[in-house]
Design a protein around this ligand. Structure first.
Ligand code: PMP
Ligand code: GLN
Length: 382
C-alpha cells in the first residue's frame, strides 16, 4: 500500500463537523456549529431563485459581479467612511474561508510567520502551514479575551509577515476597540507586515457599540485585507459567499490565488445579494437589535442554570463556564453534554495551541425561540 505522508499532521475532522454529527446521533439540540436555524429573508431567497430562472447560471466574473462589488463598496463607504474602488479593491469569494486561504496563500511565503490569537478560528493555521509558514500563537488574556499588545511586540521577528485579527471574535464575542487598532498600527508601522482582518461578524455588535473595522483606520486599511461573510449577515451559511476588501496592489495578489482556487463564486447568489443590498440596506442595520434580542433571551433562559455566563459584546456565541457542574476538561465535557445532556456545544481547546485550562464552552444562540427553549430546558437541569 502506498504510504501518504501528510502535509497537515495536526489536522483531523473539524470540531464543528464532529459535534454536528454527534448531535444527530444523540438527538441533541445543536448549539455547536455556528449556523442559524431560521431562514434567510424571503426577498433574498426569491431573488436567488429569480437569478437562476433568469439564466444567471454560468461563470460570474472572476472578481465578482460588478453590481455586487458596487454594493459592497457603497456599504464600506457608508459604514466605515472608506471609499474603495469596486473594480480593483473588492473581490467576491466563496465564503470567508476561501478569502482567508487566498489571502494567506497569496502573501505568506515558506519560512515566514503569521501571528494569530488563541483561541483562533480553525481554518487559519492549516492555511498557514500549507505555505510552509508558521503560526505564532498568542493567547488572548482572560476574562475578556483581550490582546496583550506587549506580547505581540515581543513575538515580532524578521520573519513576521502577517498579523491575523478577528473582531468580533469567534468564539468569545470580544471586540477590538479603536485603541487596539492604534496599537496594531503602531506595531506594523515601518514594517512589511500585512494585516488580515477577519470581520465576518461585523454587523453583530451589541449594546450600541460601533464595529471598529480596520476599514475605518486609513493607515491600517492601506496594508490590510478585510474579510466578511454574507453567510453570517444574511442567515445563509450554506450559500458560501463572502468577500475581501484590500488596496489594489494587495487585491491584485489576492486575485492571483482566487482565480486558480475557485476562479469565481456562486453566480446566482451574487445577483441576489446585489439586488437585496440595494433594496434592503436596513437588513444589516437591524442585525444588532435582532441578535441582541436573541442574546438577551438566551441569557435569561440560562440564568437559573449552574453555568456562569460570560459577557457577549459581539458575534452570536455565548461562552459559559461549567466549572460548578463538572471538573472534566472541555472536550470531554462537550462529549458528555451531547451524549448525556442532550445539547451540542463547542469546546475551546481545539482553537488553542496549548490547552487553555479553562472550563469554558461555546453555545450558539443564532436559533429560533423554540430551539433556545429546548436547549435551556436541558441545560438548567444539569
Ligand atoms: N471566520 C470566522 C471567525 C468564522 O466564525 C467563520 C464561520 N462563519 C468563518 C471565518 C468562515 O466564514 P464562511 O462560512 O463565510 O466561510
Ligand atoms: N464558523 C462556524 C462556527 O464557528 C463553523 C463553520 C464550519 O463548520 N466550518 O461554528
Amino acid at each position: 500500500m502506498m504510504i501518504i505522508e501528510t502535509k497537515l499532521p495536526k489536522v483531523g475532522t473539524t470540531i464543528f463537523t464532529v459535534m454536528s454529527q454527534l448531535a444527530i446521533e444523540h438527538q441533541a439540540v445543536n448549539l455547536g456549529q455556528g449556523f442559524p436555524d431560521f431562514e434567510p429573508p424571503l426577498a433574498l431567497r426569491d431573488a436567488l431563485s429569480r437569478a437562476m430562472h433568469d439564466g444567471r447560471n454560468q461563470y460570474a466574473p472572476m472578481s465578482g459581479t460588478a453590481a455586487l462589488r458596487q454594493q459592497i463598496a457603497l456599504k464600506t463607504e457608508r459604514l466605515y467612511g472608506r471609499k474603495v474602488d469596486p473594480d480593483s479593491e473588492v473581490t467576491v469569494t466563496s465564503g470567508a474561508t476561501e478569502a482567508i486561504f487566498a489571502a494567506i496563500a497569496a502573501l505568506v511565503r515558506a519560512g515566514e510567520e503569521v501571528i494569530v490569537f488563541d483561541p483562533a478560528y480553525d481554518c487559519y493555521e492549516p492555511a498557514i502551514e500549507l505555505q510552509g509558514a508558521r503560526a505564532v500563537h498568542i493567547p488572548l488574556t482572560l476574562p475578556d479575551f483581550a490582546i496583550d499588545w506587549q506580547r505581540v511586540r515581543d513575538a515580532l521577528t524578521k520573519r513576521t509577515r502577517m498579523i491575523l485579527i478577528n473582531t468580533p471574535h469567534n468564539p468569545s464575542g470580544a471586540v477590538l476597540s479603536a485603541a487596539d487598532l492604534e496599537e496594531l498600527a503602531a506595531i506594523v508601522r515601518d514594517t512589511a507586515i500585512v494585516v488580515l482582518s477577519d470581520e465576518v461578524y461585523e454587523h453583530i455588535v451589541y449594546d450600541g457599540a460601533q464595529h471598529e473595522s480596520v476599514l475605518r483606520h486609513p493607515e491600517l486599511a492601506a496594508r490590510s485585507i478585510v474579510v466578511s461573510s454574507f453567510g453570517k449577515t444574511y442567515h445563509c451559511t450554506g450559500w458560501k459567499l463572502g468577500y475581501a476588501v484590500a488596496p489594489a496592489a494587495l487585491s491584485a495578489e489576492f486575485r492571483k490565488v482566487h482565480q486558480y482556487l475557485t476562479f469565481c463564486s456562486f453566480h446566482p447568489a451574487q445577483v441576489a445579494f446585489a439586488e437585496f443590498l440595494a433594496s434592503t440596506p436596513q437588513h444589516y442595520l437591524e442585525l444588532p437589535a435582532f441578535y441582541q434580542a436573541k442574546r438577551d433571551r438566551f441569557r435569561r433562559l440560562l440564568a437559573p442554570s449552574r453555568f456562569k455566563l460570560l459577557e457577549v459584546p459581539g458575534g452570536y456565541f455565548q461562552l459559559v463556564d461549567y466549572s460548578s457542574i463538572s471538573g472534566l476538561d472541555d472536550v470531554a465535557f462537550c462529549e458528555w453534554l451531547v451524549k448525556q445532556g442532550g445539547v451540542a456545544a463547542i469546546p475551546l481547546t481545539p482553537f488553542c495551541e496549548t490547552a487553555p485550562g479553562t472550563r469554558l464552552l461555546r453555545l450558539c444562540f443564532a436559533k429560533s425561540d423554540a430551539t433556545m427553549q429546548a436547549a435551556a430546558e436541558r441545560l438548567v437541569k444539569l
